[in-house]
Design a protein around this ligand. Structure first.
Ligand code: ATP
Ligand code: MG
Length: 137
């Protein structure tokens, strides 16, 4: 049923649950996993040396998040996509380009609006995805 699973990971507790589900499904279906992490755009107006510093800070933080996700996917075949910009766009683009057959993500992320059932990124992906979406809560 599933041979290529996209996991969207931002390091939040819900994303961690999503990672466990993606990991379990990938093992059961012998599927490959495509791990996607998007980081905030770096404002170009910063100028040197602040620009370089901002780039290193963002990429180091992204690398930590990716390592954490990798440890939850140990033993599986994992491709990693780290992109700059809005997460939903990154997830949808990678899903299309790589032709995944399932997207796994959390219902909520690192956002602060606790009352909401769905975060804005999961809402966008759910609305626009061509493939099935599994939302972990
Ligand atoms: P909002 O961002 O609208 O304030 P939120 O942070 O609670 O709300 P979302 O951002 O929609 O909720 O997060 C839902 C899921 O989307 C997360 O559990 C994760 O799977 C995925 N996601 C969110 N941000 C990223 C990101 N930067 N990179 C990869 N996946 C992400
Ligand atoms: Mg968010």
């Amino acid at each position: 049923m599933f041979s290529h699973i996209l996991l969207a990971y931002d390091g939040s507790p819900h994303a961690r649950k999503a990672a466990m589900m993606a990991s379990d499904l990938a093992r059961r279906y012998r599927a490959r996993v495509c791990l996607v992490h998007a980081y905030d755009p770096i404002p170009a107006y910063l100028g040197e040396p602040f620009l370089q510093e901002a780039i290193s800070r963002r990429t180091e933080a992204a690398e930590r998040v990716v390592q954490e996700a990798r440890s939850l996917l140990e033993g599986l075949e994992v491709e990693v996509e780290v992109l700059e910009g809005p997460p939903a766009e990154a997830i949808l683009r990678v899903a299309e380009v790589r032709g995944v057959d399932l997207i796994v993500m959390g219902t909520r992320g690192l956002g602060q609006l606790e009352g909401l059932l769905l975060g804005s990124q999961s809402q966008k992906v759910l609305a626009r995805s061509q493939s099935p979406v599994l939302l972990a809560k």
